[in-house]
Structure formats: structure tokens, C-alpha cells
Design a protein around this ligand. Structure first.
Ligand code: G6P
Length: 488
């Protein structure tokens, strides 16, 4: 039957994530597919070793059946399978429970508390929408599942999915991976549905995180909140083991390295170099999200300009702020806050001929992004918390010629892999970030070379391809071990 459609030599993998690698935009009667933004997609693009099907939310409300049909066909060409969720449910699930509750909580920003009573009511309906949306995903996965497939669920949007999938088919190989931090159990405890979510995740066979700290926090949440036993292998519940392990993600570095060889990218590099002749270029590339610490970064740059008058008009900060989750109030407020700070600093330090901060609210096309990475002297990744942060990896991949400096938050997962090559900072400490900018700009060529070498080696040897292969082979082994145990 359906199996004939696939290349049989490769293992079949169903990757289930809220966000598909492509986003659909309606274009008259047809659909245009554009690449999605975000770290999860950036990582998954490098996964080519499997016979992969992507299952995810279409990211757009398509109420009519004929629209759903044409979109399903358009996505099929990209090996993508859409999950359609009714508009109001999708809104409460995505904007509400996922991005106004779980996302801030997992990044240590607490729970929403604007109006306590309204929040409590919202919690209930948003939580219900979350369960319903997760069921929609489970329906689509079950429909496309074939015996032997590995099913890999991703991120905080889909914490109920392992439970729903195992309820339908206890033989299904189910892995779950979190791309955000898993916070300290003291933070996770605050969540009203803390236990249900943990229990569901534990129905997966393998649970993966980017760093040891996140895995440790998860295991201790299971021991403290659920009273289960944590072992070096994972979490045990009445003889059933859920394996918990660490799989730091990477990027597909060749995509970036090869792009820099293209004539059209070389042209953009040349143009940008001309544009910024006489200036050192500092760069920030972030989704416009409160976890990214954009206001703090810009304030640190202001402090640097204040303290280093000799550098004024010799350095620019390019801040690319990719719009994201624009229907969530906090994201709207952040946009205005950032614009206000940028305006104030440009007013204070700009002149008729030069502006210190170039702030763009946009998504850059891939070639321009590579070119900007390549001409940058200092990249500033100053997230307040970040699961991994692949912008830091992408920057390093594009710096073979320039050997620029990476200033990196100690609260990003990437600090644990690029820590020796980057300058690590506490993003809340504006004075420290300001002095790191000064240190980076004055760094000797020799030190830059050494630091870059360390990072480049890591980025080119810890790829997203390797990450996915390790996770899936560990998932396969976990199943075999469980079968052996149950026979004993
Ligand atoms: C983070 C999350 C991803 C998400 C991405 C973009 O990287 O871990 O799951 O896809 O942000 O956010 P969005 O809400 O646009 O999918």
C-alpha cells in the first residue's frame, strides 16, 4: 500500500512539531510556501538521513474543505502533512497556553498575572484547547503511521502527544524532545497542570533535552512532583523505565559554508562591506521575543557608546528582529519598547551622517542572512534564557574568513558547547556586556583566531544530522531494551 511511495532503504521517521518547516501563504487560489523561522526549523532542515514525513499545524486557518485539500496537496510536495485546527481552539492553544503560559514559564519568566481572575478562567479554556489541539495531532499521526515507524514529537506544544499516541497504539516507538529549557522543578511546580503534563511526557519511550541541566531538572520534577524514582537512565514508574537523555542540537553547517561561495552572496558581501566601510559591525539576529534580551542588549550598547567616546561613529549595531507571535500582547508591547529605546539612543548618539543602531523588523532571505553573518565583527547573542540558540552556530559557520567574536549569554544552551570560544556574559549585567563589547572590538587577531577555531570545530562536527541520527538510533535501542526487559 502506502509504503511503496517511500524509499524503503531508509528508516521511516514521522517528525511531529507544531511548526512545519514551511509556512503556507494564500496567493489567490493557490498556496505559496515559505520557509519558517526559528531554531527548531533550522535544526530540522539538516535532517536528511531518514525517509521523513513532517506533521505540523498549517499555521493558518483553513476552514473550508476544498482549501484544506489544495493545501494538503501543496504541502505533500515538501513531504509535509498539515494538521488543521479550528480557529478559536488554535488561538487558545497557540497564543494562549503555548506562548503565553508554557513558553514564559519554561524560560523563567513566570506565569501570566495581568488579572488574576481572568487568568484563572483563561487557564481553563486554554488548557482545554491545548488538550484538543494535541488530540488533533494524534489523529493525524495515527492516520499516517505505519508499523515500525519512529515517531518523534517536538517541543512544549505537544506535551500530551506521547500519551495520546501510546493510548492508541502501545507498540508505537515514541520519542519526545524539548527545544526550550526545562526549568528548575521549583518553577515547573507553579503550573496548575504540572502533573498531567509530566505524566504524559513519561509515556514516551525516550525523552530528550539539549543540556544536562534541563534533563536533571526534568527528572527532579518527576521525583518531587510525581514521587517517582529517578535513575541514571531516566525515570522509573512501577518497573517501567522512561529513558531521559541529552542530545545537543546543531545546524547543517555546509548549507551556510556553501552559500558563501555563491556569486550572488559574494555580491551582497561586497555591497555590505562598502556600505559599512570605516565601521566595525556588531550584529544581533533574534525573533522579537522577550527571552532574547533585546532591550538589555541595546542598553548595553548604549552604555558602551557612553563609556567609549572614541568608538562613536566607528561602530554600528545591526539588530534584525524577526517578527513572531504578533497576536500575543506581550510581544506587541515588546516591539514598542524596543522601538522606543532604539529611537532614544539613535537620537542621542546619531549624527546627520551616521546612525549607531540599524534596527529592522523583518525576516531576511537566506542569502542576505549569510552575507550579514560573514561581514560581522562581533555577534551579540544575549538571551535571558534560551534552549540552545542556533543563531550563534550559524554566525560561527559563516566566519571562516573574518574570525569575528561571539558574545554569548551564559543562559543559552549554546554556552555549554561554545563557552570556551565565546565571551560569556550575564545578559542582565549591562555593564558587563558593555565591557565585553569593548574587549571584543579590541581583541588581538591571534586571540580571535583561537576562539573562532574552537567554535568552528564544534559547529562543524556537531551537526543537526548527527543529532537526529543519535536520537533516532537511541529510540530504536530503547525499544529493543524494553522488549528484552519485559521478556525477562
Ligand atoms: C522556538 C521554539 C519552536 C518554534 C520557534 C518559532 O525555537 O522552540 O518550537 O517553532 O521558536 O516560534 P513559532 O511560534 O513561530 O513557531
Amino acid at each position: 500500500g502506502a509504503r511503496k511511495d517511500f524509499q524503503s532503504s531508509k528508516q521511516r521517521l514521522l517528525v511531529v512539531a507544531n511548526r512545519l518547516p514551511v509556512a503556507a501563504v494564500k496567493n489567490g487560489d493557490s498556496w505559496q510556501l515559505e520557509m519558517s523561522a526559528g531554531g527548531l526549523v533550522s535544526a530540522l532542515l539538516g535532517v536528511t538521513e531518514f525517509d521523513t514525513r513532517w506533521i505540523g499545524w498549517a499555521g493558518i486557518n483553513v476552514p473550508d474543505e476544498s482549501g484544506q485539500k489544495t493545501l494538503t496537496e501543496a504541502l505533500a510536495a515538501k513531504n509535509c502533512i498539515p494538521v488543521f485546527i479550528e480557529e478559536e481552539i488554535a488561538h487558545q492553544y497557540y497564543n494562549g497556553y503555548c506562548n503565553n503560559t508554557l513558553w514564559p514559564l519554561f524560560h523563567y519568566l513566570g506565569l501570566p498575572q495581568e488579572d488574576h481572575l481572568a487568568t484563572t478562567r483563561n487557564f481553563k479554556s486554554q488548557f482545554e484547547a491545548y488538550t484538543k489541539a494535541n488530540k488533533c495531532f494524534a489523529d493525524v499521526v495515527s492516520k499516517h503511521y505505519e508499523e515500525g515507524d519512529a515517531v518523534w514529537c517536538h517541543d512544549y506544544h505537544l506535551m500530551f502527544l506521547p500519551k495520546y499516541l501510546k493510548e492508541r497504539n502501545s507498540d508505537m516507538k515514541v520519542g519526545w524532545f524539548l527545544h526550550t529549557p526545562f526549568p528548575s522543578s521549583e518553577i515547573h511546580r507553579m503550573l496548575p497542570s504540572r502533573s498531567e503534563l509530566l505524566k504524559s511526557v513519561l509515556s514516551a519511550d525516550l525523552v530528550g533535552f539539549h543540556t544536562y541541566d534541563y534533563a536533571r531538572h526534568f527528572v527532579s520534577a518527576c521525583t518531587r512532583i510525581l514521587g517517582l524514582e529517578g535513575t541514571p537512565e531516566g525515570v522509573e514508574d512501577q518497573g517501567k523505565l522512561t529513558r531521559v537523555a541529552v542530545f545537543p542540537v546543531g545546524i547543517d553547517p555546509d548549507r551556510f559554508i556553501q552559500a558563501l561561495e555563491l556569486p550572488q552572496v559574494k555580491d551582497i558581501v561586497k555591497e555590505l562591506k562598502q556600505r559599512f566601510t570605516g565601521y566595525k559591525v556588531l550584529l544581533g539576529v533574534d525573533r522579537l521575543d522577550m527571552i532574547k534580551g533585546i532591550p538589555q542588549k541595546i542598553l548595553a550598547f548604549e552604555k558602551f557608546l557612553e563609556e567609549n567616546p572614541d568608538w562613536r561613529h566607528k561602530v554600528v549595531l545591526l539588530q534584525i528582529a524577526v517578527p513572531t507571535r504578533t497576536h500575543v500582547l506581550k510581544y506587541k508591547q515588546l516591539t514598542s519598547q524596543v522601538h522606543e529605546i532604539v529611537g532614544r539612543i539613535n537620537g542621542r548618539f546619531g549624527s546627520f551622517s551616521s546612525v549607531p543602531i540599524h534596527h529592522l523588523d523583518c525576516t531576511l532571505d537566506f542569502h542576505t542572512l549569510c552575507a550579514i553573518y560573514a561581514i560581522t565583527d562581533v555577534a551579540l547573542v544575549t538571551s535571558l534564557r534560551d534552549g540552545m540558540n542556533l543563531v550563534s552556530y550559524e554566525f560561527v559557520a559563516c566566519q571562516a574568513a573574518n574570525k569575528g567574536v561571539l558574545i554569548l549569554s551564559e543562559f543559552a544552551g549554546a554556552a555549554q558547547s561554545l563557552g570556551a570560544g565565546a565571551i560569556l556574559v550575564n545578559p542582565w549585567n549591562v555593564a558587563e556586556v558593555a565591557s565585553s563589547i569593548s574587549y571584543a572590538l579590541n581583541m588581538s587577531a591571534d586571540e580571535r583566531e583561537k576562539r573562532h577555531h574552537h567554535n568552528f570545530l564544534h559547529v562543524t562536527t556537531h551537526t543537526s544530522q548527527g543529532w537526529a541520527e543519535t536520537f533516532v538510533s537511541e529510540l530504536n535501542e530503547t525499544i529493543v531494551e524494553a522488549q528484552l526487559r519485559s521478556r525477562q
